[in-house]
Unconditional design. Structure first.
Length: 76
């Protein structure tokens, strides 16, 4: 079903440039990009798997005092 959409001029120029570089028409590239995004959305919605985080076993659980720990050292 043919449909028209309005794009800002700079967006359309960039769309034309990228489409031309990849060997597509602007319309073909829009369809490819949208299909790709739709498939990513479907995958993201279906990927609600439970995540298992690593645990550090302790003789004294919930007693680790990090009040004086310098977290910036981890990033250095």
């Amino acid at each position: 079903m043919p449909t028209s959409i309005e794009l800002p001029e700079r967006v359309y120029r960039e769309l034309e440039r990228i489409a031309r570089a990849k060997g597509y028409t602007p319309e073909q590239l829009v369809v490819l990009v949208l299909e790709h995004e739709f498939s990513r959305e479907t995958l993201a919605a279906g990927s609600r798997t439970r995540v298992s985080l690593p645990l550090i076993h302790s003789k004294h659980p919930a007693t680790l005092d990090l009040s004086n720990f310098d977290f910036d050292d981890l990033l250095a």
